[in-house]
Every structure is written in structure tokens, then in C-alpha cells.
Design a protein around this ligand. Structure first.
Ligand code: NA7
Length: 544
């Protein structure tokens, strides 16, 4: 039979977003051969796909950046407090150039299937261009919010105008001038894009299923002084973000509960944070995520602000969230979202009381009334955390697939590995802090941990590593227990898988905090990778 030569790598990395890029950089530095496959035409992951108008990161730019290179963090100039998507994408491209990453990344290529060969102890990787390569290790750097989902709404396929999804926006800018636009979805993407679309469009109709809490961004240009202050204190800022802050963001930490202050003091604090803007609104007290009575004070404050901003009382009432505690769905950060509803060319349609009946050739029908639209924008979110992993056909040593194993919900040890799938790592997977944190802080921690682990294995002559079932069971129970000590599971959020019909309701990320989590991961490594099963390259020789 013909001899088949198969390319072999130490590591195949899936995805060239911020996780995949840094993983590649570390692997190279350690002398591992690596190949990265990326379905997009360029680097940047989330920031490559989410090109919708108004797209920004909700973590401030000086902190939503890599810390691994001192030169990089000193040389890059962020222009605004919250970087817009094009600038973050430029940054990703700059990193790819600066560290010469592109030569090991194959773009426009999906990894379709990975199967573990128990005999050869390696993974066979099949890509969308029909090639098969081998790798000792797989690293899934596939992202948590990367599998954009258009809902199944009756008649959608009969709509004659363009249908956009915020999470897979066209590369050419879309001009809505003169058009009647329908926007479905009021999560972060809908809330960021609505004000900009409203400025262009003849009319914008926002279809709202769940009203959402949003805090003003108070975005502004960064001054040289602000940039330099950050740069000069980066070591402390980064240390704090990694070790102290629960969510990987440097900010003052709350030292008291909401009910420890008088009403007047508390409202003063909320007002000050509202004026300052941004995510730190939620860190004024330490029990907003834990106790409903405390949470209500913050939620009421924001509902009051909405009533102040929005002139039409009925619209204001509809925009006031009442279905979930504030913060238990990811809090949104906006620029003029609520004020947008004061514009004469914007209307709000409640689709909670009366769901969309049907989409016709040129309208969205709700409660028997046709809302005429020329274009539709779906800001309907993602199959979060597991969606992009599930799209890859992953089969372990016995042929069992990861999708079969995760049918009742994702199960991992530390979010890093799943029992029964040796040598397959996940970056920011379910069971790790991930989406509850500054993603870049969590990405760097995972990448560094995996890199150290691979070096350990190489030194010790270990060929395979796998989470033990027992360690995984304990971790899953721990993740659950910590989540259920908070208010988070009370919301029908994508953290819970609740936005995808039929998806198991499991609180997916680890809510114990990035510092605590890092210490657990480090201890596990220090104890010789406790809870992982390590398989030697060769069985020890029987004594002669
Ligand atoms: P999100 O936060 O998942 O928001 C999706 C929105 O779309 C939300 O308002 C949903 O309402 C709504 N939605 C979803 N499906 C439907 C259907 N079938 N009908 C009507 N409305 C629907 O996604 P985003 O892209 O905004 O943000 C994702 C994250 O990216 C964000 O949290 C930041 O971390 C960055 P629901 O609330 O489910 O009732």
C-alpha cells in the first residue's frame, strides 16, 4: 500500500483569537512545534467577527490587553477608555505581526474532527480543507461567545431584506441610511448598536424580550497622562487583576454590604458610580451578587435612572428590568442607550407579553400588527461557552464523543480538561472563571498553566495526561455549589445555557474568582498535577 506521510505537530491549536495567539507564542518559545487553525480570514476571534456598529469591549482598554510582554504594553497606544472593535482588531493584528505569529496559522480553515488514536497516543485532526494531520496535544482556543445564533422565528426565511447577526457582521460597513430597521435582542450587542443604528436609520424598531440593566460607559479619549499612569503602575495593576480582583479587573474592592449604609449614603455611592460609568458600578458593595435585598437596592437605583432618562412613561416602564437580579445576566455598558428611545424615529416593541408571531417579506408581526422593516439585525447572542466546542467532532480513545459526554451539560476538571479525553486542553472552558472575568487575564493564566504542564510532561517523559473521573466529579460539584451560593442561577442567562432551547441548565463558569481559581490551579500543578492521570511514554521494563 502507498506510504502516507502525515504532518505531525506537538500541538494543534484551534482558534487564533487572543487565546490561540498567545498559546502559539508560548509554545514556540518552549520549542514545541505547533499549528493553529482559524476559521476566520484573520486573527482576533471575537473582534474579527463582531463588527457591528458600536461594538466595544466592556473592560477598559488599558486592562483588556496582554500583560506577557512589557514592550508590548508600553508601546501600544489605546485611544479611548473603552476601545472600539476596529482598534482591538488592529491590536490583535499588531501582536500577530510583532511576534511573527502568522507563519504558523492557517486561516479560513475549520477543524472539523479530532479523534484520539489510543495505540499511537496522538490525535488525528481533520480540517475543512480535507487535510489530516497528527498532534500529540490539542488546545481548544475556540472562544466562549463565538457561535452566533439566529433564532428560529417563523417566516424568517421569507424576509426579503438583508438579515444581519451582530456576531457575524459583514466586513464592509453597513449603511442603514433611509431604512426601516428591526433590531431583535437587547443584550450587550443590541444595546451597543441601537443608538448608532438609530442615528442612521429612517426608523428603528427594537424588539425586546427581556429588559436589561445597563450602565453608562462614559467613554472618552484617553489622555497621555492617563495612559502613562497606567503604564507606570502596570506591575501592580496586573498583579492585582490576577491575584486579588475576583473578576480580573483592577478597581477598588468593596469592603461592606449594601445594607450597611444608610439610604442616603448608598444612593450617593450609586450616583457617584453611575456618573463615573462602567462595570465598577457593580463593585460598590460586596453582597450585590449574593443577597436579594442588597441587589434590589442597586436594581432599584438603575430602574429609577431609566425612568429619569426615558420621557415616555410607558416606554420607560417597559425598559425597566424586572425579571432578574441586576448583574446576574452580564451587565451591559452603553452609550446613550436609554436616551435613544426619546428619539422620534425609535420605537420599542415588547415581545415578552406577545412573542413575534411571524416574520413576513417586509415586516415583523407582533400581536396581529405588522411592523414594517427593510432590514433585520439579530442581536440574539451565542451558544455560549460550549457551542464552538460542540461544533467539532471530538472522539476520545474508545470512540465516545465529547458531545455525548456533555449531553447533560459540560463536565470538566478545572475547566481545563474533560475526563476521557487525554491531551486535550480547553482555554477558558466551562468550569473556569472565563466569561465572568477579564478574558485576557483568564486566557494568560490558562495558557501559562498549559505551557508549564507540557514542559513538565516533556521533562518527566509523560506521554498522556487526562483528568480523573473522581477529580472531575468533585470539581463539577464545587463549581455548582459556589454558583448556587449566589443569585446568578436565578436569571435565564447564557451563563445558564438558558438562551438556547433544549440546552441543559447548568451554571457554566466558575464564580469563585480568578485569584482563588489561580491558586487552586497552581496547587494542583505543585502537587504533581493532582487529579490528573499521567501516562508514561514507555511502560517501565519488568525487572530482569
Ligand atoms: P446576549 O447577551 O445573549 O443577548 C441576546 C439578546 O437576544 C437577549 O436580549 C435575548 O433575550 C434576545 N433573544 C435571543 N433569542 C431571542 C429570540 N428567539 N427572540 C427574541 N429575542 C431573543 O448576546 P449579546 O451578543 O448581546 O452579548 C453577548 C455577550 O457578549 C455579552 O454578555 C458580553 O459579555 C459580550 P433574552 O434575554 O434571552 O430574553
Amino acid at each position: 500500500s502507498p506510504v502516507r506521510t502525515v504532518k505531525a505537530y506537538d500541538v494543534v491549536v484551534v482558534g487564533a483569537g487572543f487565546a490561540g495567539m498567545y498559546m502559539l507564542h508560548r509554545l514556540r518559545g518552549l520549542g514545541f512545534s505547533a499549528r493553529v487553525y482559524e476559521q476566520g480570514g484573520g486573527v482576533g476571534g471575537t473582534w474579527y467577527w463582531n463588527r457591528y456598529p458600536g461594538a466595544r469591549c466592556d473592560v477598559e482598554s488599558m486592562q483588556y490587553s496582554y500583560s506577557f510582554s512589557e514592550e508590548l504594553q508600553q508601546e501600544w497606544d489605546w485611544s479611548e477608555r473603552y476601545a472600539p472593535q476596529p482598534e482591538i482588531l488592529n491590536y490583535a493584528n499588531h501582536v500577530a505581526d510583532r511576534f511573527d505569529l502568522r507563519r504558523d496559522i492557517q486561516f479560513d480553515t475549520r477543524v472539523e474532527r479530532v479523534a484520539f488514536d489510543a495505540h499511537a497516543k496522538c490525535w488525528s485532526v481533520t480540517t475543512s480543507d480535507g487535510e489530516t494531520v497528527e498532534a500529540q496535544f490539542i488546545v481548544l482556543a475556540t472562544g466562549c461567545l463565538s457561535n452566533a445564533r439566529k433564532p428560529d422565528i417563523k417566516g424568517l426565511e421569507s424576509f426579503k431584506g438583508p438579515v444581519y447577526h451582530t456576531g457575524s457582521w459583514p466586513h464592509e460597513p453597513v449603511d442603514f441610511t433611509g431604512q426601516r430597521v428591526g433590531l431583535i435582542g437587547t443584550g450587550s450587542s443590541g444595546i451597543q448598536s441601537a443608538p448608532i443604528i438609530a442615528e442612521q436609520a429612517r426608523h428603528l424598531t427594537v424588539f425586546q424580550r427581556t429588559a436589561n440593566f445597563s450602565i453608562p460607559a462614559r467613554n472618552a479619549a484617553l489622555t497621555d497622562e492617563e495612559r502613562n499612569n497606567f503604564r507606570n503602575t502596570y506591575p501592580e495593576i496586573r498583579r492585582f487583576a490576577r491575584e486579588v480582583a475576583r473578576n480580573g479587573i483592577f478597581a477598588e474592592q468593596p469592603d461592606r454590604g449594601a445594607l450597611d449604609d444608610s439610604d442616603e449614603t448608598r444612593n450617593g455611592k450609586y450616583s457617584a458610580r453611575w456618573e463615573r460609568g462602567g462595570l465598577t458600578f457593580m463593585y460598590v458593595y460586596n453582597n450585590l451578587g449574593l443577597e436579594r435585598s442588597a441587589n434590589d437596592t442597586a436594581a432599584n437605583f438603575v430602574r429609577g435612572k431609566i425612568a429619569e432618562i426615558v420621557k415616555d412613561p410607558e416606554t420607560a416602564k417597559l425598559l425597566q428590568p424586572n425579571s432578574h437580579p441586576i448583574g446576574t445576566k452580564r451587565i451591559c455598558i452603553d452609550t446613550d442607550y436609554f436616551a435613544t428611545f426619546n428619539r422620534p424615529n425609535v420605537s420599542l416593541v415588547d415581545i415578552k407579553t406577545n412573542p413575534i408571531e411571524e416574520i413576513t417579506a417586509n415586516a415583523v408581526r407582533v400581536a396581529g400588527r405588522d411592523h414594517q422593516v427593510d432590514a433585520l439585525v439579530m442581536a440574539t447572542g451565542f451558544d455560549a461557552m460550549t457551542g464552538s466546542v460542540a461544533k467539532i467532532d471530538i472522539s476520545g480513545p474508545g470512540g465516545r464523543t465529547l458531545n455525548e459526554k456533555w449531553a447533560e451539560g459540560p463536565r470538566t476538571y478545572l475547566g481545563l480538561m474533560s475526563a476521557g479525553f487525554p491531551n486535550l486542553f480547553i482555554i477558558t472552558g466551562p468550569g473556569s472563571p472565563s466569561v465572568l472575568s477579564n478574558m485576557i487575564v483568564s486566557i494568560e493564566q490558562h495558557v501559562d498553566w498549559i505551557a508549564d504542564c507540557l514542559v513538565h510532561m516533556r521533562r518527566q517523559g509523560v506521554a498522556t495526561m487526562e483528568a480523573s473521573g473522581e477529580a472531575e466529579d468533585k470539581w463539577v460539584a464545587h463549581v455548582n455549589e459556589v454558583a448556587h451560593g449566589t443569585l446568578y442561577p436565578q436569571a435565564n442567562s447564557w451563563y445558564m445555557g438558558a438562551n438556547i432551547p433544549g440546552k441543559p441548565r447548568i451554571f457554566m463558569p466558575y464564580i469563585g474568582g480568578v485569584g482563588v481559581y489561580r491558586r487552586i490551579c497552581d496547587e494542583v500543578a505543585a502537587k504533581g498535577y493532582e487529579g490528573f492521570l499521567l501516562g508514561r511514554a514507555e511502560q517501565p521494563q519488568a525487572a530482569a
